[in-house]
Write a protein that binds this ligand. Structure first.
Ligand code: G6P
Length: 367
């Protein structure tokens, strides 16, 4: 058992530490002579250029990778992109035409709702790309093209390294679409690719010292509930942070776009209520800081995930977890890691079974 866990106390921690390798492997061979190489998708640049609508469908953590992808696909490729949980998508009547691309994201490649949604979308004439971690899985077989996430087998029920592999794969797809649409030039794509590759080292840096994360976790461990907030990319990252925490520590958590706080969740805040804010430098940083101040004024205990060098944030937060500076587009890759470690540290403090949380399954193959 100990050998299998590579010396780590649980699989989750081992898998969190594998993430720099996952980033490198997912990107290996993807830039050839300065050009993106995702040939297995089997669509010519002309066919890619015709795509005028993207749906990302998935469940659980994979759905959160989709929320991040929406920001990139719309931001770079300027194609309207909707993200939907598969169990909803499959039972409504989404607008699908032959120029619709459906991107199905599933670690296992066997989630029942995701597969049903894929089948339905294909019948309606959509192109379907699968993003999965399992070679030869039903999703891989039933998609028109597939990108593998190269996470290798993930054992902990709560997904970490697969999620990062999904985000990196979806980032590649967004770059490919942007290039096909003529919205990014080859040299811009190359620059972004190299920055994306640099995140492997940045994640290593985060993993090397978790003191601030552990301190914040100890401060929050006895809470009854916690609120995760962010804006833009930070909002998408918050959803995954809250899911990780509730999955493995049974501490109730919810995520909100920070600007929505005053429309409900602010009523929950009283003395010592944990508010975890994704406060990395971004175009909406100042707005987010105002939201933190509103929470603080009502007694919240603020934990901020912030960009290294941002000393000002200390004035607004009780705990600051610093992460390296990256472009906002790549912030999900770096900022998700401390939130994974934060959730795990709280689960350990609460004596929970980190790898096998109650009532949850690694993959949900029945509806
Ligand atoms: C279960 C797992 C989650 C996972 C979700 C979707 O709920 O516990 O970790 O995110 O299924 O699984 P998939 O294999 O489709 O990504």
């Amino acid at each position: 058992d100990v050998a299998e866990k590579g010396g780590y106390p649980d699989f989750m921690l081992k898998e969190i530490h594998e993430q720099p390798r996952v980033i490198r492997d997912t990107l290996a061979g993807r830039l050839v002579d300065g050009h993106l190489a995702i040939d297995e998708l089997d669509l010519s640049p002309e066919e890619l250029n015709l795509i005028d609508r993207v749906y990302v469908i998935a469940c659980g953590t994979s759905y959160h990778a989709g929320l991040i992808a929406k920001n990139l696909i719309e931001g770079w490729a300027r194609i309207p992109c909707e993200v939907e949980v598969a169990s909803e998508f499959r039972y409504r009547n989404p607008i699908i035409t032959p120029s619709t691309l459906v991107v199905a994201v599933s670690q296992s490649g066997e989630t029942a709702d995701t597969l049903a949604a894929v089948r339905d979308a294909r019948v309606k004439g959509a192109k379907v790309f699968g993003i999965t971690n399992v070679v030869g899985s039903p999703l891989a077989r039933e998609s028109d093209g597939v990108i593998y996430t190269k996470a290798n087998k993930e054992i902990a029920v709560a997904s970490t390294k697969s999620f990062l592999g999904q985000v990196v794969s979806l980032t590649l797809l967004a770059l490919l679409l942007a290039q096909a649409k003529g919205k990014l030039k080859t040299n811009q794509v190359r620059l972004l690719f190299h920055e994306l590759a640099d995140t492997a080292e940045q994640v290593e840096h985060i993993l090397a010292d978790t003191t601030a994360i552990d301190e914040a976790a100890r401060a929050c461990k006895d809470a009854k509930s916690a609120l995760f907030v962010g804006r833009g990319m930070g909002a998408a990252i918050s959803y995954e942070g809250a899911l990780k925490l509730k999955e493995i520590s049974y501490l109730h958590a919810e995520a909100y776009p920070a600007g929505e706080m005053k429309h409900g969740p602010i009523a929950l805040i009283d003395e010592g209520f944990p508010v975890i804010a994704v406060a990395t430098k971004s175009p909406v940083y100042d707005k987010l800081v105002s939201n933190i101040q509103e929470a603080k004024a009502r007694g919240a205990m603020v934990v901020a995930v912030a960009t290294e060098g941002d000393e000002d944030i200390r004035a607004h937060a009780d705990h600051v977890i610093y992460i390296p500076k990256v472009r906002d587009a790549f912030s999900a890759i770096t900022a998700s890691v401390p939130l994974q470690l934060f959730a795990r540290a709280i689960a350990v403090e609460r004596n929970c079974d980190v790898d096998q949380p109650r009532n949850l399954a690694k993959s949900v193959t029945v509806e």
